[in-house]
Design a binder for this molecule. Structure first.
Ligand SMILES: [Zn+2]
Length: 65
């Protein structure tokens, strides 16, 4: 599952235990060792891209004043 931190950045969280610590080398949860599904990784990647677009002013509405 994917969480969004207070800064609006997506964080990948474990489906099994809900922790947000993933070992990017193995693609598994640090806490319980559950592997991250390719689906979740793709979803996280999309969320990251959207976040980057928003931050670079690509989004609508927020002009950053
Ligand atoms: Zn876990």
């Amino acid at each position: 599952m994917i969480f969004f931190n207070p800064a609006g950045a997506p964080e990948l969280a474990c489906d099994a235990c809900g922790c947000r610590w993933f070992d990017r080398m193995t693609g598994a949860c640090y806490e319980c060792g559950t592997p991250v599904s390719a689906e979740s990784q793709a979803e996280y990647r999309r969320a990251l891209e959207e976040f980057a677009l928003r931050r670079s002013g690509g989004g609508e509405g927020d002009r950053g004043a």
